[in-house]
Design a protein around this ligand. Structure first.
Ligand SMILES: Nc1ncnc2c1ncn2[C@@H]1O[C@H](COP(=O)(O)OP(=O)(O)OP(=O)(O)O)[C@@H](O)[C@H]1O
Ligand SMILES: [Mg+2]
Length: 496
């Protein structure tokens, strides 16, 4: 059965009206009377006075908000259109507190009444974001400058983006029905993470919802096997690779080592990548379709963000350099523009641009690349969305990557990607040995430094290594920039 939503009016014990929204009317009604919900739990018993069936969630949310804004007299007038009640009661045998329960056996037409809410021409763009993490949060901060009605779909109601959107919908971004229902009343959708239900996005796309980027590109990128094949097919310089279906097959490629084994799908937080230096470590490989990639002698890791609009126009940001801690092998900080000769930067720019043109999709893309010890530029992977490597663009670029994506979705001209000043990013990670409510030590000192910008992601709980925020530092002087990076790293701590 097709998903449907109910916007309903309850009359509470103290005569107050409550406007609710549910996809399971009877269950919600029961829960209200069991005292589960905050407003009604001190006002039971409640009576079901009225409901509407609305086929899409965004429309249902709009209708709920509209009714919430109505006067009591107007709500009462709506309730008194008695024909709505009969249908409810025909489905409801168990509404013990309903004054209509004596009509419980009444039958009505089985066609639910639907209310379709049409968007007025001057209405804002209704845009949805799949995922509610920090990237979504920063995207919403940029949305506030435009006329956009924002919707976020995310399972965690305390996620960083949950409180900055106009409409937060709790739900699983990997579930077909949830994503489809979320998107079907919207004008445009984007993602802040690739692990989404692409089939639902494909259906939405076929029904006219604009998806940034195209679902076909998300699908191709989500699987490292198809992603690497795409680079190969389009002559994008990238490390040589072999596809392995299982561990047995991997063992037959000893001659290809040293290499990096990368699981096709389902890897997360670096857990889908294994370095296989020699035969002895081959058991660390994945027993699932994967890519066995030639080990690159990496000189630097960089990322180039490319924006493309619906007209196919492009804009490219200067490369960001990821600087790794050589001992911990963890990202230490980022610098932009990357510290590389102009010729290499030009090469990286041209490869990133060529790749995005081949994607043939509007959207924002971060292309992660290796510069090897022979100064050769190779594409490692792509992210079809706003990206960590572009955090600095909020302050350090004329047009941030977040602003850029809204310009694309709204059909406005692309922005200026030039850097205002060189910048660096220090990530704020939860300190070792600290778990629980987050506190920030050293904040005063960091905020007293010139041209440093603190971004906390609104996560109340810290744990070791959890990404809690970042600091952007801007300086025309490279030495000053790096001094500040190190000072911030040793000063600002996320503790509990
Ligand atoms: N072919 C390679 N040669 C050398 N080092 C590599 C190679 N591929 C990946 N690496 C190293 O492993 C890191 C992670 O690999 P990759 O970016 O492909 O995976 P990922 O799924 O994004 O993992 P993570 O979440 O850790 O970034 C790279 O940033 C790089 O340092
Ligand atoms: Mg990576």
């Amino acid at each position: 059965m097709q998903e449907q939503y109910f916007v309903y009016i309850l009359k509470c014990y103290d005569d107050a009206y409550f406007i609710g929204l549910s996809n399971d009317l009877l269950k919600d009604f029961k829960l209200h009377n069991e005292g589960v919900y905050e407003f009604t739990n001190i006002r039971t018993p409640v009576e079901m006075m009225y409901y509407e069936v609305i086929p899409s969630l965004p429309d249902a949310i709009k209708r709920q908000q509209q009714l919430r804004g109505w006067t009591r007299g107007k709500k009462k007038a709506l309730i008194e259109q008695n024909f709505h009640k009969l249908q409810l009661l025909s489905q409801c045998q168990n509404m013990s507190h309903s004054k209509y329960k004596d009509f419980g056996s009444a039958q009505s037409s089985s066609i639910p009444q639907t209310t379709s809410i049409t968007k007025s021409p001057s209405a804002p763009l209704r845009a949805g974001i799949l995922g509610g993490g920090q990237l979504g949060r920063m995207l919403l901060q940029a949305a506030a400058n435009y006329v956009v009605d924002t919707y976020v779909l995310e399972n965690d109601e305390n996620a960083p983006a949950a409180h900055l959107c106009h409409h937060f919908i709790k739900g699983d971004i990997k579930d077909f029905d949830t994503v489809y229902n979320f998107g079907k009343g919207l004008d445009a959708l984007t993602i802040e993470i690739e692990a989404v239900n692409v089939e639902a996005l494909e259906k939405l796309e076929s029904e006219g919802v604009k998806i940034y980027p195209k679902p076909a590109i998300i699908k191709m990128i989500k699987n490292k096997v198809t992603q690497k094949e795409f680079y190969q097919q389009h002559n994008i310089p990238s490390p040589g690779f072999i596809i392995t279906q299982n561990l047995e097959e991997l063992k037959s490629h000893i001659g290809f080592l040293p290499a990096v084994h990368k699981i096709g799908q389902g890897g997360y937080d670096g857990k889908g990548v294994q370095v296989i230096r020699d035969e002895a470590s081959i058991d660390k490989g994945f027993d699932a379709p994967s890519v066995l990639e030639k080990m690159v002698s990496i000189q630097k890791e960089i990322a180039v963000i490319v924006a493309m609009n619906d007209k196919g126009e492009t804009a490219v940001y200067p490369a960001t350099e990821m600087v790794f801690d050589p001992e911990l092998n963890l990202l230490d900080y980022q610098v932009s523009p990357a510290d590389l000769p102009e010729t290499i930067l030009e090469e990286a720019k041209s490869i990133a641009l060529q790749l995005v043109k081949n994607f043939n999709s509007a959207g924002l893309f971060a292309i992660e690349m290796f510069v090897d010890k022979n100064n050769k530029v190779l594409v490692n992977e792509s992210a079809p969305r706003v990206h960590n490597s572009g955090h600095h663009t909020i302050e350090a670029s004329y047009c941030s990557q977040y602003d850029m994506l809204w310009r694309i979705m709204l059909g406005y001209p692309l922005g200026n990607t030039a850097a205002i000043l060189p910048s660096a990013i220090v990530n704020l990670l939860g300190e070792e040995g600290h778990s629980g409510p987050a506190k920030y030590a050293g904040m005063d000192e960091v905020l007293s430094m010139n041209n440093t910008f603190v971004h906390l992601y609104g996560k109340t709980q810290t744990k070791p290594g959890r990404k809690m925020g970042h600091v952007t530092i801007m300086s025309a002087d490279k030495t000053d920039l790096l001094n500040k990076v190190h000072r911030i790293k040793s000063t600002l701590k996320v503790i509990s």
